[in-house]
Structure formats: C-alpha cells, structure tokens
Design a protein around this ligand. Sequence first.
Ligand SMILES: *[C@@H]1O[C@H](CO)[C@@H](O)[C@H](O)[C@H]1NC(C)=O
Length: 589
Amino acid sequence: MNRAPPIIQGALCSMNCLAALLGVFLGLKPVIGRDASQSQPNFLLLLADDLGIGDIGCYGNSTIRTPNIDRLAEDGVRLTQHLAAEAVCTPSRAAFLTGRYPIRTGMTSGNGHRVLQWAAGAGGLPAEEITFAKILKEQGYVTGLIGKWHLGLNCHSSSDHCHHPLSHGFQHFLGMPLGMMGDCAVAEPSEKRMKLQRRLHLCSQVAAVASLTLAAGKLTRLIRAPRWMLVLVLAATTAMFAAASRHVGDFIIYADCFLMRNHTVTQQPLRLERVTGLMLREAETFLQRNKHHPFMLLVSFLHVHIPLVTTEDFHRRSKHGPYGDNVEEMDWMVGQILDTLDREGLTDNTLVYFASDHGGSLESRVGHVQLGGWNGGYRGGKGMGGWEGGIRVPGIFRWPGVLPAGRVVDQPTSMMDVFPTVVLLGGGAEPKDRVIDGRNLLPLLRGETQHSDHEFLLHYCEVFLHAARWVQRDRGRVWKVHFMTPNFHPEGAGACYGSAVCPCFGDVTEHDPPLLFDISADPGETHPLNPDSEPEFHEVVGKLRQEAVRQWSSLSQIHQQLGTIYNIWRPWLQPRCGEFPHYGCDLEE
Ligand SMILES: *[C@@H]1O[C@H](CO)[C@@H](O)[C@H](O)[C@H]1NC(C)=O
C-alpha cells in the first residue's frame, strides 16, 4: 500500500539515475534517491514523561482538553492495555529502546535506586545493548532524539560519552541528559535536594561540635597537632558544610539541569521558560531537513514531569491546575509537530507513536494540589511495578492507509514491542544473539490477528517480581497475579504519601497465596479471586510461577547500572561549559 507498483518504481529509479548522472555532469552532488527506501516508513515517536492514562480525552477524561492526541487515536489504533516494562523512567525507557526487560540490560538495581540520580554518575545503558535507533541507522535512517534521555552519559571521563544518545544509534541529540525534575526549579519540592541538605547540615553540625569540644581544651591532650590549628580547620569545615547545604539547590541545577546538543553542553543551567519553544523548533527543522530520507525522530517530552514548566499562554487554561495546564500544553506541542509533518507532506509515510514512559505520579502533590497524573480507574501509580496504574500507559499508533483508523486493541501489549515493530518495518532484523522480549505489533495493529503475541508479561519493581500476567488465549481471559504489593501510607490511601515513590522491597506485603485478578473482567483490580472458590486459581498461579523461574534462569550475569557505586555523583564526570570560576553558558540563543 505504501509501496509504488514495480513499474512506477522502475521509472522512478531510472529518473533518479538520470538525475544523478545529470548532477555529476553539472558538478553537483549525486542525488540520493528515495526509491530504495520507498518502502521504509518514517518513524515519529512521541514519549511523554509521567503522563497518566487517565489524563487524556480519548482514554476517558472528559474535563481535560487533548484534541491533538485524541485525533491521533481517531486516525489510528488505540491500545487500551499497553504496558511499560517498569514504573519509573530509567528502566522503562531502557526497555523501550532495547525491547528487553531492564533486568536483562542491568538498568535496574536491587537496593532502592530506582533511576539514575546524577548526570555525572557512571551508570547507563551498556554499550553492548542494541537500541532500535542503532539498527535503523544501519538501515540508512537519519535518527534523532529531542528531549529527555535519562540513560546515562559517561563512564570514565566527562567526555567519553559511553552512554550518550550518540553512542546508542542517535545521530542528532538536543535535550537533557537526565531529565526534568523538581530540582530544576529551586522553588519546587525535591527529595534529593532535601536529603543532601540534611546530610550536609549534619556534617556541619558534627564539625561544629568537634571544634567547640577541642576549643574547650578537653581532648587536646590526645592529639599531637597544635590545638589552634585543629580548631581552625574544624571551624572552616563547619562553615564549608553550612554554606554547601545552603547552596545545594544551585549546585544541583548546574549539575543536572542542562542542555546538550550532540556532545556539547550548550545551556547550563537550562532556561526553563525557553525549552518548549526550543524543542519545537528543533523538531520542525529536523523534519524539514530530513524529509527526503527515511528518518526516526524520538521526541521525548519534558512534560508532564514536575516542576511543570508551562509557558504563559497555557497558564490557568485547564480545569486541573498547573498539572492540567502542562498536559494541555503538551497536547498542543503534539499538534504543532503533527502540523509540521503535514506541511512537509510526510503524514502518509510516517508511523506516529504516542505513549508515556509509565503511569502518573500520585505522590507528587503539595498540600491538596495534585502535581502528578491521574491513572483513571486503575489502581496505583508511578513507582509501583505491579499495580496497573503504574504501568498501564496510553499507546497510540497512526499510519494512514496502512493502519485502520479508529481501531481499538484491548489485548495486552508492551512498550518493548516498539523495538521489533520499527526494526522490521525499517528493513532490519532482530538481533539473534540475545533475548528480545518485545513482539512485532504490526499484525495486531492492522487487524490481521486478534491476539497479542505475548502469553506472559512479568512486572518487576527493580529486580523484584511484583506481579505477572497470563493471556489465556482459548478462554479469552487475562489473569494477573500479585506476589508482592507496596504498603500504602496512610493505610488504604492508594499511594505512599510522604515519600517520592513506594519502595520495591522492605515496606511491602508478600502475598502467600498471591493475589489473583481477572484483569479482563476487573481491570481496576478491586476483587481478588478466592483460592477456594476460583477453580483456575492454582493453575494460573502455578503457570506464572513457572514462567518467572524460566525467565530468571534465562538471565545472564550483568552489572547493576543503577547500583550505588554507579549512581553517585563523580566530580570528574561532570559535563559543563564555561571556564573556572565562571561556569555556565547559553549557546542556544
Ligand atoms: C482528568 O485529568 C485530570 C488531571 O490529571 C484529573 O484531575 C481528573 O480527575 C481527570 N478527570 C477524569 C474525568 O478522568
């Protein structure tokens, strides 16, 4: 359908050859024809940050305005059981790009580190991992990433770029290596900032107490160095820690909230009020520049993560406070990008995908003002690896003429499925030397099959298996088992208020027997089935346990990229611009 009949292709080819010959005669660069790639569609992948499935009109929200995303769904295929591989950014995005569970790639931890914490940490997507960007690049695509990365930067020096997007198949990058977070606006609440502040404050107190004790002369007999010198050193240490604790916020803004264009830091700190316009302009020029080549552009929005940077035009536009304003602005951005696609005549040959990296954050709120997303009728939210609200995300595909408009697919699908789908459409092949957990979605999207290719989907929280899903094809049922669920605070609140996210271990309940839900009949997970009265209980649980063991034994040994040693700030890995003592720059003007 997207391919011209052979005779026309032949004609196109000879025309291109002629043009190329002519070009050579006229001393022009040879024209690189598009005939060879005519069957390769473009890919425009739109990924929101922290957006809840209940935040969008076409997923049932009647009070928020998301006309552009809704239109995408009307013209394309809407997935209602589209699942992130993890409920937080770093692992979910790693799985999306590689088609593999984060436990396979090491993009997780077992000690409470949920995401990469610093731009100057050493962890990140390992060089051996293959992203779909890398394969598409080899297939002749121009590949670009605009926006959030959050999959690491450097390993040994501040410029080895071992985990950088450009080392993972993207040829163009403009965006934030880490991502938007509360720390990027000092006024926002931030757990990281508060924790650091508390630690530095404690250090300054310890140093102050020590210096006072010494000054009092009680301990000096035990130490050989002259008393006054020690007192001075300790007093200086006190002052240093105290000053540092006061300036933690400014420090984090420099350390983490900056823009890179390819390998260069171009804006440090990030100018919040400018970034939306900058991203849109970049997307527009990318599409214009590459309209004659097959391309893959991933626009990874900084919306709708706190601090909810919204331009003036969208302030107080929605019925849902600063969060709703931010969602509506993002929808407008989607519209702007799709308009460019239209204007450049690219719509019919471009597969557009829209999703969120995981569910909305219930814990993001100040007082009674909700700053995180809404997950509709699904239980739980961001950070919860098992409950549906943390992992069930919007998922929309549009490709006019190829995918039926207005189709709705209720079968379980995974964000990891994007990997094989775009790789195969782009003319590439799935790597054979590793397990790919994603499945080609095209037959399901086109309606050639009614069934998901997934029989099982496992739902991890860090390395801990919290839940699992079984598609019982012959009965048309989807079962879900919870082995572990987080304890809510306050009890029954449905979230872990008081912390940023619920933990994966420790303050959790292990269920024996596990909780079983029939997700096809009870998507809100409100009625756990009784082991005594549900005849299939033991078969379902047994099957999922077996699958978990099978998957576990298929894992190879890898470094935990999010473990503590990789996930601390290393001064020598800090990317920066400007010269001592005047760090900072803005080259994006
Ligand atoms: C729509 O989204 C907003 C913002 O997250 C939320 O507060 C509201 O409850 C949602 N409304 C419906 C009807 O789902």
